[in-house]
Design a protein around this ligand. Structure first.
Ligand SMILES: [Zn+2]
Ligand SMILES: [Zn+2]
Length: 304
């Protein structure tokens, strides 16, 4: 603890009847607050010694700090970050938004079709699912829309269940923006794989390409953090179960493409060094997006 110089006792602690009575020394009562010249104060900052009135002092880990010292420590405060560089403790949001969009789209297609058994007659579903031969010839929206359309109630329900569990876990670890980047790029990765590996006039729909991407990114993130991979095995089994269960309507091709792209983008998020991380992550994602677009253009030229 430091004390401002006092008349008759230039450097030492206060002496006399008031010694030990912290904060009250009649001889120091002439000093005024550094921020309020009209306020006489006997108190001062524990850190820098500036005279301060009670209003300008805040309890610190040691003693009381003045306004200047509070501002300085706030500036130097390090915000805790996740392994991907996002702010630690951010609550998931994108996962819920994606689930809401998928459910809403499914409800609309059900209304359009007038029942689950007639779903393929829905305008949105039959125009939005991915048919490589059509997407290559001008129905380019299908690369994206197919990832938000589902072919049955069980299809959307199981996908949303997976999206909920995988999404919450991953979004907490990488943050909202990075999570959205993984999801969208994996969705497109699934579409690329369908373009190359599925029959030219087969129809593919579902969020599972993107969801397998989340799984790929989670495996990479778990490895980076040296977490036990076993809990993910259960989710993997669930998703393979979904693939088998829906083997007539959703494609292993889309799952494979989503998984690979998700793992690649996940690696970008958690393995890049902290220096200039956000900028490098944006550049790497832009690069992956460019490769996806190039692959789509090449395949579209082949099919058209
Ligand atoms: Zn201070
Ligand atoms: Zn003051």
């Amino acid at each position: 603890m430091t004390y401002p110089p006092q008349p008759g006792n230039p450097s030492g602690p206060p002496v006399g009847p008031s010694a030990g009575n912290f904060g009250y020394h009649p001889v120091r009562a002439v000093q005024v607050c550094s921020w309020h010249p009209d306020r006489v104060t006997a108190l001062s900052c524990t850190r820098c010694g500036r005279p301060s009135c009670p209003e300008c002092l805040q309890p610190a880990s040691v003693g009381f700090h003045c306004r200047a010292c509070q501002a300085e420590s706030k500036q130097n405060q390090v915000v805790p970050k996740t392994v991907a560089g996002s702010i630690l403790g951010q609550q998931p949001l994108i996962t819920y938004v994606l689930i809401a969009v998928n459910v809403l789209v499914f409800v609309i297609t059900m209304i359009q079709a007038g029942g689950e058994s007639r779903l393929p007659t829905s305008e949105w579903l039959s125009g939005g699912w991915l048919v490589p031969g059509l997407a290559a010839n001008g129905d380019y929206w299908q690369y994206i829309t197919s990832g938000f359309l589902h072919l049955s109630l069980i299809h959307v329900a199981l996908n949303m269940l997976s999206l909920y569990f995988l999404g919450i876990a991953l979004e907490r670890m990488v943050g909202r923006g990075r999570f959205l980047a993984i999801y969208v790029l994996a969705l497109l990765g699934g579409s690329v794989a369908v373009m190359y590996l599925s029959a030219e006039y087969s129809a593919t729909a579902g969020a599972s390409g993107a969801i397998f991407g989340l799984m790929g990114a989670l495996v990479v993130t778990f490895r980076r953090l040296k977490f036990n991979l076993r809990p993910l095995a259960g989710i993997l089994v669930l998703n393979i179960g979904i693939t088998v269960f829906n083997n007539t309507t959703i494609s292993w091709q889309g799952h494979l493409g989503g998984l690979l792209v998700g793992a690649a983008v996940g690696a970008v998020m958690v393995y890049l060094p902290a220096k200039d991380r956000t900028r490098n992550q944006v550049l790497a994602c832009a690069g992956i997006f460019a490769v996806i677009v190039l692959l789509i253009l090449i395949r579209a030229a082949q099919l058209s």
